[in-house]
Design a binder for this molecule. Structure first.
Ligand code: PNS
Length: 162
C-alpha cells in the first residue's frame, strides 16, 4: 500500500517556502497531493491567482517531482483527504506566528476526523520570513521577488503586476 500525504494550502501564489515543504514531503511519502483550496475567505479578499492559475503554477514548479500532483478542493479538507484515500496532512510551520492558527486547524480537523494526522515540517531558516502575502505586496509595488518564488511564479507575477 502506498503512503500518501496531502500538502494543503491557498498557494496564492506558491512560494519557495511552500516548494521546500512539498519537496521534503515528497522525499518521505510515496505520493503527495498538493491540495489547493478554491475559495478561502482570506480576510474577505479574493485571491490574486484563480484556482486554475494556482494549479498550473504548482504543476510547473513541481515538474521535477514525479510523485507530486496538484488538485483543487472546495469542501472540508478532511473530506477531501478521505476522498483521496489518505489520512496524512503535511503543513509547513514558520517560527512562532503560525503555531496558534495551525494548532487550531489541526485540532478541529482531528475533532472532525480523528484518523487524520497533521504533520508539520519546520520551514528552513531561509524561508522563515516568507509568505504569499509578502510576495504579493513586494510584486505589487514593483519589487523583485527573485528567489522568493519559483521562476514560473516570478514570471506570472510580472504579468499580473506589470
Ligand atoms: O495556505 P493557508 O491559507 O494557510 O491554507 C489554509 C487551508 C486552505 C489549509 C484551510 O483554510 C483549509 O483547510 N480550508 C478548507 C476548509 C476546511 O477544511 N476548514 C476547516 C479547517 S479548521
Amino acid at each position: 500500500m502506498k503512503n500518501k500525504a496531502i500538502v494543503p494550502g491557498t498557494f496564492d501564489p506558491l512560494t519557495t517556502g511552500h516548494l521546500d515543504v512539498v519537496e521534503r514531503a515528497a522525499a518521505i511519502f510515496d505520493e503527495v497531493t498538493v491540495a489547493v483550496a478554491v475559495s478561502p475567505e482570506k480576510n474577505g479578499h479574493g485571491t490574486l491567482f484563480n484556482v486554475q492559475e494556482r494549479l498550473e503554477l504548482i504543476s510547473t514548479a513541481t515538474q521535477h517531482l514525479e510523485n507530486v500532483s496538484a488538485k483543487s478542493f472546495d469542501n472540508l479538507l478532511v473530506a477531501f483527504a478521505r476522498d483521496q484515500g489518505t489520512t496524512v496532512l503535511v503543513k509547513g510551520l514558520r517560527a512562532i506566528t503560525d503555531f496558534e492558527h495551525e494548532f487550531q486547524m489541526a485540532a478541529l480537523n482531528w475533532k472532525m476526523a480523528s484518523q487524520v494526522e497533521t504533520l508539520f515540517i519546520m520551514a528552513s531558516p531561509e524561508n522563515m520570513y516568507l509568505s504569499s502575502s509578502a510576495v504579493k505586496e513586494i510584486a505589487g509595488h514593483g519589487g523583485s521577488v527573485k528567489g522568493l518564488v519559483p521562476t514560473c511564479v516570478e514570471e506570472a507575477l510580472a504579468r499580473k503586476c506589470p
